[in-house]
Design a protein around this ligand. Sequence first.
Ligand code: HEM
Length: 402
Amino acid sequence: MAQDAAPPRGAPISDIDPFTPANILDPYPWHQALRETGPMVWLSRYGVFMAPRHAENFAIVADHQTFCSSGGVGYANFFKEKPWRQPSMLLEADQPDHTRRRAIVGRILSAPNLRGLKAGFEVEANALIDKLLDQGEVEAVFEVSRAYVLKVFPDAVGIGASGRDNLMKYGAMVFNAFGPQNDIFHDSARDLGEVSAWIMEQCEHKNLRPGGLGDQVYQAVPSGAITADEALILVRSFLSAGVDTTVHAVGNALWSFATNPAEWAKMKANPGIVRTAFEEVLRYESPFQTFFRTTTRDVEIGGVMIPANEKVMLSVGSANRDPRKFERPDAFDVSRNLQGHVGFGYGIHACIGQMISRLENEVLLTELARRKVDFEVCGEATRTVHNTLRGFSKLPLRFTQN
Ligand code: HEM
Protein backbone atom coordinates (compact mmCIF):
# COMPACT_ATOMS: atom_id res chain seq x y z
CA MET A 1 0.00 0.00 0.00
CA ALA A 2 2.73 2.48 0.97
CA GLN A 3 4.22 4.54 -1.87
CA ASP A 4 7.84 4.19 -2.83
CA ALA A 5 8.72 7.11 -0.56
CA ALA A 6 11.87 8.20 1.23
CA PRO A 7 11.71 7.77 5.01
CA PRO A 8 10.58 10.92 6.83
CA ARG A 9 13.20 13.29 8.16
CA GLY A 10 12.07 14.90 11.41
CA ALA A 11 8.36 14.17 10.86
CA PRO A 12 6.26 12.66 13.60
CA ILE A 13 4.87 9.32 12.47
CA SER A 14 1.30 8.04 12.75
CA ASP A 15 -0.18 4.70 11.77
CA ILE A 16 -3.71 6.15 11.60
CA ASP A 17 -5.46 5.07 8.40
CA PRO A 18 -7.69 7.92 7.14
CA PHE A 19 -9.34 5.60 4.62
CA THR A 20 -10.96 2.89 6.77
CA PRO A 21 -14.78 3.05 6.71
CA ALA A 22 -14.82 3.74 10.48
CA ASN A 23 -12.36 6.64 10.19
CA ILE A 24 -14.16 8.06 7.17
CA LEU A 25 -17.47 8.05 9.02
CA ASP A 26 -16.03 9.64 12.16
CA PRO A 27 -13.04 11.77 11.14
CA TYR A 28 -13.01 14.47 13.81
CA PRO A 29 -11.37 12.50 16.66
CA TRP A 30 -8.43 11.36 14.52
CA HIS A 31 -8.15 14.79 12.90
CA GLN A 32 -7.71 16.21 16.37
CA ALA A 33 -5.16 13.53 17.27
CA LEU A 34 -3.11 14.31 14.14
CA ARG A 35 -3.29 18.07 14.69
CA GLU A 36 -1.80 17.45 18.13
CA THR A 37 0.83 15.10 16.69
CA GLY A 38 2.44 17.87 14.64
CA PRO A 39 2.17 20.33 11.76
CA MET A 40 3.24 17.67 9.24
CA VAL A 41 2.73 13.99 10.02
CA TRP A 42 4.10 10.97 8.19
CA LEU A 43 1.27 8.48 7.54
CA SER A 44 3.20 5.23 7.70
CA ARG A 45 0.43 3.12 6.10
CA TYR A 46 0.51 5.14 2.91
CA GLY A 47 4.01 6.62 2.85
CA VAL A 48 2.76 10.19 2.53
CA PHE A 49 3.04 13.39 4.54
CA MET A 50 -0.20 14.88 5.82
CA ALA A 51 -0.98 18.46 6.85
CA PRO A 52 -3.63 18.31 9.58
CA ARG A 53 -3.50 21.98 10.68
CA HIS A 54 -4.91 25.04 8.94
CA ALA A 55 -1.62 26.97 8.64
CA GLU A 56 0.22 24.29 6.62
CA ASN A 57 -2.84 23.45 4.48
CA PHE A 58 -3.03 27.10 3.56
CA ALA A 59 0.72 27.49 2.97
CA ILE A 60 0.82 24.43 0.71
CA VAL A 61 -2.08 25.41 -1.56
CA ALA A 62 -0.67 28.94 -1.74
CA ASP A 63 2.68 27.63 -3.07
CA HIS A 64 1.68 25.93 -6.33
CA GLN A 65 5.23 26.01 -7.66
CA THR A 66 6.60 23.78 -4.90
CA PHE A 67 3.42 21.75 -4.38
CA CYS A 68 2.16 21.02 -7.88
CA SER A 69 -1.08 19.52 -9.18
CA SER A 70 0.11 17.81 -12.37
CA GLY A 71 1.32 14.87 -10.26
CA GLY A 72 -2.38 14.29 -9.49
CA VAL A 73 -4.47 15.70 -6.66
CA GLY A 74 -5.16 12.22 -5.32
CA TYR A 75 -2.98 9.64 -3.63
CA ALA A 76 -1.64 8.29 -6.96
CA ASN A 77 1.56 9.95 -8.15
CA PHE A 78 1.17 10.53 -11.91
CA PHE A 79 4.94 10.99 -12.17
CA LYS A 80 5.33 7.36 -11.10
CA GLU A 81 2.14 5.68 -12.36
CA LYS A 82 -0.28 6.04 -15.25
CA PRO A 83 -3.46 8.03 -14.39
CA TRP A 84 -6.74 6.08 -14.64
CA ARG A 85 -8.21 8.70 -17.01
CA GLN A 86 -6.90 11.60 -19.06
CA PRO A 87 -6.04 14.11 -16.30
CA SER A 88 -8.25 17.14 -15.72
CA MET A 89 -7.09 20.18 -17.68
CA LEU A 90 -7.61 22.42 -14.66
CA LEU A 91 -7.45 20.46 -11.43
CA GLU A 92 -4.53 18.29 -12.50
CA ALA A 93 -2.60 20.85 -14.54
CA ASP A 94 0.11 23.40 -13.76
CA GLN A 95 0.96 26.81 -15.17
CA PRO A 96 1.11 28.03 -17.89
CA ASP A 97 -1.55 25.76 -19.48
CA HIS A 98 -3.64 25.91 -16.31
CA THR A 99 -3.66 29.73 -16.35
CA ARG A 100 -4.73 29.95 -19.98
CA ARG A 101 -7.59 27.47 -19.58
CA ARG A 102 -8.68 28.84 -16.23
CA ALA A 103 -9.06 32.33 -17.71
CA ILE A 104 -11.68 30.97 -20.15
CA VAL A 105 -13.61 28.80 -17.69
CA GLY A 106 -13.31 31.40 -14.92
CA ARG A 107 -15.14 33.94 -17.06
CA ILE A 108 -17.92 31.47 -17.84
CA LEU A 109 -18.38 30.52 -14.18
CA SER A 110 -18.06 34.10 -12.88
CA ALA A 111 -20.86 35.70 -10.86
CA PRO A 112 -21.86 38.22 -13.57
CA ASN A 113 -22.12 35.49 -16.22
CA LEU A 114 -24.24 33.31 -13.91
CA ARG A 115 -26.64 36.06 -12.86
CA GLY A 116 -29.25 34.99 -15.40
CA LEU A 117 -29.55 31.55 -13.78
CA LYS A 118 -30.88 32.75 -10.43
CA ALA A 119 -34.54 33.19 -11.38
CA GLY A 120 -34.71 29.66 -12.82
CA PHE A 121 -33.06 28.18 -9.71
CA GLU A 122 -35.67 29.99 -7.57
CA VAL A 123 -38.52 28.51 -9.61
CA GLU A 124 -37.06 25.00 -9.20
CA ALA A 125 -36.41 25.49 -5.49
CA ASN A 126 -39.98 26.64 -4.86
CA ALA A 127 -41.52 23.80 -6.87
CA LEU A 128 -39.43 21.40 -4.81
CA ILE A 129 -40.41 23.04 -1.52
CA ASP A 130 -44.13 22.78 -2.46
CA LYS A 131 -43.61 19.06 -3.02
CA LEU A 132 -41.70 18.60 0.25
CA LEU A 133 -44.44 20.33 2.22
CA ASP A 134 -47.05 18.13 0.53
CA GLN A 135 -45.14 14.96 1.32
CA GLY A 136 -44.00 15.92 4.81
CA GLU A 137 -41.48 13.13 5.37
CA VAL A 138 -38.87 12.49 2.67
CA GLU A 139 -35.50 10.83 2.15
CA ALA A 140 -33.66 14.08 1.52
CA VAL A 141 -30.57 12.83 -0.32
CA PHE A 142 -32.67 11.58 -3.22
CA GLU A 143 -35.67 13.86 -2.94
CA VAL A 144 -33.94 17.13 -2.14
CA SER A 145 -30.18 17.22 -2.80
CA ARG A 146 -30.11 15.02 -5.90
CA ALA A 147 -33.50 16.10 -7.23
CA TYR A 148 -32.54 19.77 -7.06
CA VAL A 149 -28.87 19.65 -8.14
CA LEU A 150 -29.42 17.09 -10.92
CA LYS A 151 -32.09 19.39 -12.32
CA VAL A 152 -30.58 22.87 -12.09
CA PHE A 153 -26.87 22.22 -12.69
CA PRO A 154 -26.98 19.99 -15.82
CA ASP A 155 -29.70 22.28 -17.21
CA ALA A 156 -27.29 25.19 -16.79
CA VAL A 157 -24.43 23.27 -18.43
CA GLY A 158 -26.83 22.32 -21.21
CA ILE A 159 -26.89 18.54 -21.21
CA GLY A 160 -29.93 16.35 -21.97
CA ALA A 161 -32.49 15.27 -19.40
CA SER A 162 -32.03 11.51 -19.56
CA GLY A 163 -29.36 9.42 -17.85
CA ARG A 164 -28.40 12.07 -15.31
CA ASP A 165 -27.85 9.41 -12.63
CA ASN A 166 -24.61 8.73 -14.47
CA LEU A 167 -23.38 12.09 -13.21
CA MET A 168 -23.56 10.80 -9.64
CA LYS A 169 -21.80 7.58 -10.59
CA TYR A 170 -19.05 9.46 -12.43
CA GLY A 171 -18.55 11.90 -9.57
CA ALA A 172 -18.22 8.99 -7.16
CA MET A 173 -15.55 7.39 -9.38
CA VAL A 174 -13.58 10.59 -9.83
CA PHE A 175 -13.52 11.53 -6.17
CA ASN A 176 -13.02 8.02 -4.80
CA ALA A 177 -10.05 7.72 -7.17
CA PHE A 178 -8.35 10.53 -5.20
CA GLY A 179 -7.92 8.04 -2.36
CA PRO A 180 -6.03 4.74 -2.35
CA GLN A 181 -7.22 1.86 -4.54
CA ASN A 182 -9.24 0.27 -1.74
CA ASP A 183 -12.62 -1.52 -1.81
CA ILE A 184 -14.40 1.84 -1.71
CA PHE A 185 -12.70 2.88 -4.94
CA HIS A 186 -13.26 -0.50 -6.65
CA ASP A 187 -16.98 -0.51 -5.71
CA SER A 188 -17.50 2.93 -7.22
CA ALA A 189 -15.54 2.04 -10.38
CA ARG A 190 -17.70 -0.97 -11.25
CA ASP A 191 -19.42 0.65 -14.27
CA LEU A 192 -16.39 2.71 -15.24
CA GLY A 193 -16.37 2.02 -19.00
CA GLU A 194 -20.07 2.55 -19.58
CA VAL A 195 -20.36 5.66 -17.39
CA SER A 196 -17.19 7.30 -18.76
CA ALA A 197 -18.44 6.75 -22.34
CA TRP A 198 -21.78 8.40 -21.44
CA ILE A 199 -20.00 11.37 -19.86
CA MET A 200 -17.68 11.90 -22.83
CA GLU A 201 -20.66 11.82 -25.20
CA GLN A 202 -22.47 14.52 -23.21
CA CYS A 203 -19.37 16.73 -23.44
CA GLU A 204 -19.35 16.75 -27.25
CA HIS A 205 -20.29 20.12 -28.66
CA LYS A 206 -23.17 18.78 -30.75
CA ASN A 207 -24.85 17.44 -27.59
CA LEU A 208 -24.71 20.69 -25.61
CA ARG A 209 -27.60 23.17 -25.60
CA PRO A 210 -26.63 26.36 -27.47
CA GLY A 211 -25.96 29.17 -25.00
CA GLY A 212 -25.47 26.83 -22.01
CA LEU A 213 -22.26 26.89 -19.94
CA GLY A 214 -20.83 23.92 -21.87
CA ASP A 215 -21.46 25.56 -25.24
CA GLN A 216 -19.81 28.74 -23.94
CA VAL A 217 -16.57 26.76 -23.42
CA TYR A 218 -16.60 25.69 -27.08
CA GLN A 219 -17.22 29.29 -28.14
CA ALA A 220 -13.62 30.02 -27.08
CA VAL A 221 -12.25 27.56 -29.67
CA PRO A 222 -12.43 29.67 -32.90
CA SER A 223 -10.31 32.43 -31.33
CA GLY A 224 -7.54 29.88 -30.69
CA ALA A 225 -7.67 30.41 -26.91
CA ILE A 226 -8.25 26.68 -26.44
CA THR A 227 -8.41 23.69 -28.78
CA ALA A 228 -11.59 21.63 -29.37
CA ASP A 229 -9.94 18.72 -27.52
CA GLU A 230 -9.31 20.97 -24.53
CA ALA A 231 -12.91 22.23 -24.65
CA LEU A 232 -14.20 18.67 -24.36
CA ILE A 233 -12.12 17.91 -21.27
CA LEU A 234 -12.94 21.31 -19.74
CA VAL A 235 -16.67 20.60 -20.08
CA ARG A 236 -15.97 17.21 -18.52
CA SER A 237 -14.55 19.01 -15.47
CA PHE A 238 -17.97 20.67 -14.94
CA LEU A 239 -19.58 17.25 -14.91
CA SER A 240 -16.98 15.51 -12.75
CA ALA A 241 -16.40 18.23 -10.15
CA GLY A 242 -19.74 20.02 -10.14
CA VAL A 243 -22.39 17.49 -9.19
CA ASP A 244 -21.36 15.15 -6.35
CA THR A 245 -19.70 17.99 -4.43
CA THR A 246 -22.80 20.17 -4.50
CA VAL A 247 -25.19 17.28 -3.78
CA HIS A 248 -23.13 16.56 -0.65
CA ALA A 249 -23.07 20.26 0.26
CA VAL A 250 -26.89 20.51 0.09
CA GLY A 251 -27.25 17.43 2.30
CA ASN A 252 -24.65 18.71 4.76
CA ALA A 253 -26.44 22.06 4.95
CA LEU A 254 -29.80 20.41 5.66
CA TRP A 255 -28.23 18.16 8.30
CA SER A 256 -26.33 21.00 9.96
CA PHE A 257 -29.46 23.14 10.27
CA ALA A 258 -31.76 20.25 11.21
CA THR A 259 -29.48 19.33 14.10
CA ASN A 260 -28.90 22.97 15.13
CA PRO A 261 -32.43 24.48 15.14
CA ALA A 262 -31.28 27.68 16.86
CA GLU A 263 -29.09 28.41 13.82
CA TRP A 264 -32.02 27.76 11.48
CA ALA A 265 -34.11 30.17 13.57
CA LYS A 266 -31.47 32.84 12.79
CA MET A 267 -31.84 32.08 9.07
CA LYS A 268 -35.63 32.32 9.20
CA ALA A 269 -35.41 35.60 11.09
CA ASN A 270 -32.96 36.99 8.56
CA PRO A 271 -32.53 35.05 5.28
CA GLY A 272 -30.04 37.76 4.28
CA ILE A 273 -27.34 35.97 6.29
CA VAL A 274 -27.44 33.04 3.85
CA ARG A 275 -24.01 33.76 2.37
CA THR A 276 -22.18 33.49 5.69
CA ALA A 277 -24.41 30.59 6.74
CA PHE A 278 -23.44 28.53 3.70
CA GLU A 279 -19.74 29.30 4.25
CA GLU A 280 -20.17 27.98 7.80
CA VAL A 281 -21.67 24.75 6.39
CA LEU A 282 -18.57 24.36 4.21
CA ARG A 283 -16.32 24.86 7.21
CA TYR A 284 -18.29 22.72 9.66
CA GLU A 285 -19.04 19.76 7.36
CA SER A 286 -16.62 20.21 4.45
CA PRO A 287 -17.91 18.21 1.46
CA PHE A 288 -14.40 17.97 -0.09
CA GLN A 289 -12.35 16.49 2.76
CA THR A 290 -8.92 15.75 1.32
CA PHE A 291 -6.73 16.27 -1.71
CA PHE A 292 -3.06 15.91 -2.50
CA ARG A 293 -0.12 17.73 -4.03
CA THR A 294 3.26 16.49 -5.28
CA THR A 295 6.50 18.23 -4.29
CA THR A 296 8.59 19.63 -7.17
CA ARG A 297 11.73 20.11 -5.01
CA ASP A 298 13.07 19.38 -1.54
CA VAL A 299 11.15 21.68 0.78
CA GLU A 300 10.93 22.34 4.49
CA ILE A 301 7.49 22.90 5.94
CA GLY A 302 6.28 22.67 9.53
CA GLY A 303 9.83 21.84 10.60
CA VAL A 304 9.89 18.77 8.34
CA MET A 305 12.11 18.27 5.30
CA ILE A 306 10.10 16.76 2.44
CA PRO A 307 12.04 15.46 -0.56
CA ALA A 308 11.07 16.20 -4.16
CA ASN A 309 8.43 14.04 -5.89
CA GLU A 310 6.58 13.06 -2.68
CA LYS A 311 2.84 13.15 -2.18
CA VAL A 312 1.48 15.49 0.47
CA MET A 313 -2.07 15.01 1.74
CA LEU A 314 -4.10 18.09 2.62
CA SER A 315 -6.95 17.68 5.06
CA VAL A 316 -9.56 20.35 4.40
CA GLY A 317 -11.87 18.83 7.01
CA SER A 318 -9.20 18.96 9.70
CA ALA A 319 -7.95 22.45 8.74
CA ASN A 320 -11.49 23.79 8.91
CA ARG A 321 -11.85 22.56 12.51
CA ASP A 322 -8.42 23.64 13.71
CA PRO A 323 -8.82 25.53 17.01
CA ARG A 324 -5.63 27.45 16.15
CA LYS A 325 -7.70 29.13 13.43
CA PHE A 326 -11.36 28.96 14.50
CA GLU A 327 -12.84 29.52 17.94
CA ARG A 328 -15.12 26.70 19.13
CA PRO A 329 -14.48 24.85 15.83
CA ASP A 330 -16.87 22.00 16.62
CA ALA A 331 -19.84 24.38 16.99
CA PHE A 332 -22.06 25.18 14.00
CA ASP A 333 -22.51 28.93 14.33
CA VAL A 334 -23.84 30.92 11.39
CA SER A 335 -23.02 34.22 13.11
CA ARG A 336 -19.33 33.56 13.54
CA ASN A 337 -16.81 35.86 11.92
CA LEU A 338 -15.74 33.36 9.31
CA GLN A 339 -12.66 34.04 7.27
CA GLY A 340 -10.11 31.77 5.70
CA HIS A 341 -11.92 28.43 5.62
CA VAL A 342 -10.50 26.17 2.92
CA GLY A 343 -13.71 24.37 1.94
CA PHE A 344 -13.29 25.62 -1.64
CA GLY A 345 -9.49 25.35 -1.51
CA TYR A 346 -7.28 28.39 -2.00
CA GLY A 347 -4.74 29.76 -4.50
CA ILE A 348 -4.62 29.16 -8.23
CA HIS A 349 -6.68 25.96 -8.00
CA ALA A 350 -9.38 27.33 -5.67
CA CYS A 351 -12.76 25.97 -6.73
CA ILE A 352 -13.67 27.54 -10.04
CA GLY A 353 -17.29 26.37 -9.64
CA GLN A 354 -17.79 28.04 -6.27
CA MET A 355 -20.08 30.78 -7.59
CA ILE A 356 -22.55 28.40 -9.18
CA SER A 357 -22.41 26.04 -6.22
CA ARG A 358 -23.04 28.95 -3.85
CA LEU A 359 -25.93 30.09 -6.05
CA GLU A 360 -27.55 26.63 -5.97
CA ASN A 361 -27.22 26.31 -2.20
CA GLU A 362 -28.04 29.90 -1.33
CA VAL A 363 -31.20 29.94 -3.44
CA LEU A 364 -32.54 26.74 -1.85
CA LEU A 365 -31.70 27.80 1.72
CA THR A 366 -33.06 31.31 1.17
CA GLU A 367 -36.38 30.04 -0.17
CA LEU A 368 -36.74 27.55 2.70
CA ALA A 369 -36.01 30.31 5.22
CA ARG A 370 -38.15 32.94 3.52
CA ARG A 371 -41.14 30.56 3.49
CA LYS A 372 -40.54 29.72 7.19
CA VAL A 373 -40.10 26.02 6.47
CA ASP A 374 -38.76 23.89 9.32
CA PHE A 375 -37.14 20.48 8.98
CA GLU A 376 -36.05 17.84 11.45
CA VAL A 377 -34.37 14.47 11.23
CA CYS A 378 -37.09 11.80 11.42
CA GLY A 379 -35.18 8.53 11.01
CA GLU A 380 -31.70 7.09 10.86
CA ALA A 381 -29.30 9.16 8.77
CA THR A 382 -26.48 7.27 7.03
CA ARG A 383 -23.26 8.85 5.90
CA THR A 384 -21.52 7.93 2.66
CA VAL A 385 -18.35 5.86 2.94
CA HIS A 386 -16.25 7.81 0.48
CA ASN A 387 -12.50 8.31 0.04
CA THR A 388 -12.77 12.06 -0.51
CA LEU A 389 -16.23 13.55 -0.05
CA ARG A 390 -18.22 13.87 3.15
CA GLY A 391 -21.97 13.69 3.02
CA PHE A 392 -25.01 11.47 3.37
CA SER A 393 -26.35 8.49 1.48
CA LYS A 394 -29.62 8.61 3.47
CA LEU A 395 -31.13 11.55 5.31
CA PRO A 396 -34.78 11.20 6.41
CA LEU A 397 -36.26 14.64 7.09
CA ARG A 398 -39.72 15.92 8.06
CA PHE A 399 -40.68 19.28 6.51
CA THR A 400 -43.31 21.57 8.04
CA GLN A 401 -44.31 25.19 7.56
CA ASN A 402 -44.98 27.51 10.49
C1 HEM B 1 -19.95 22.76 -2.59
C2 HEM B 1 -19.50 22.27 -3.73
C3 HEM B 1 -18.04 22.25 -4.08
C4 HEM B 1 -16.96 22.07 -3.27
C5 HEM B 1 -16.94 21.85 -1.76
C6 HEM B 1 -15.78 22.16 -4.11
C7 HEM B 1 -14.49 22.08 -3.65
C8 HEM B 1 -13.37 22.29 -4.41
C9 HEM B 1 -12.02 22.36 -3.91
C10 HEM B 1 -11.62 22.18 -2.45
C11 HEM B 1 -11.20 22.57 -4.97
C12 HEM B 1 -9.68 22.71 -4.93
C13 HEM B 1 -8.97 21.41 -5.25
C14 HEM B 1 -7.46 21.56 -5.31
O1 HEM B 1 -6.93 22.62 -4.93
O2 HEM B 1 -6.81 20.60 -5.72
C15 HEM B 1 -12.01 22.64 -6.16
C16 HEM B 1 -11.54 22.83 -7.43
C17 HEM B 1 -12.34 22.76 -8.55
N1 HEM B 1 -13.71 22.72 -8.59
FE1 HEM B 1 -14.94 22.66 -7.01
N2 HEM B 1 -16.17 22.35 -5.41
C18 HEM B 1 -17.54 22.42 -5.44
C19 HEM B 1 -18.33 22.66 -6.55
C20 HEM B 1 -17.87 22.76 -7.84
C21 HEM B 1 -18.68 22.99 -9.00
C22 HEM B 1 -20.19 23.21 -8.99
C23 HEM B 1 -17.85 22.93 -10.09
C24 HEM B 1 -18.15 23.10 -11.56
C25 HEM B 1 -18.98 23.95 -12.06
C26 HEM B 1 -16.51 22.71 -9.59
C27 HEM B 1 -15.39 22.61 -10.38
C28 HEM B 1 -14.10 22.65 -9.90
C29 HEM B 1 -12.93 22.65 -10.76
C30 HEM B 1 -12.94 22.57 -12.29
C31 HEM B 1 -11.83 22.74 -9.91
C32 HEM B 1 -10.38 22.83 -10.33
C33 HEM B 1 -9.98 24.28 -10.46
C34 HEM B 1 -8.53 24.49 -10.81
O3 HEM B 1 -7.73 23.59 -10.65
O4 HEM B 1 -8.20 25.61 -11.26
N3 HEM B 1 -16.57 22.62 -8.23
N4 HEM B 1 -13.34 22.48 -5.78
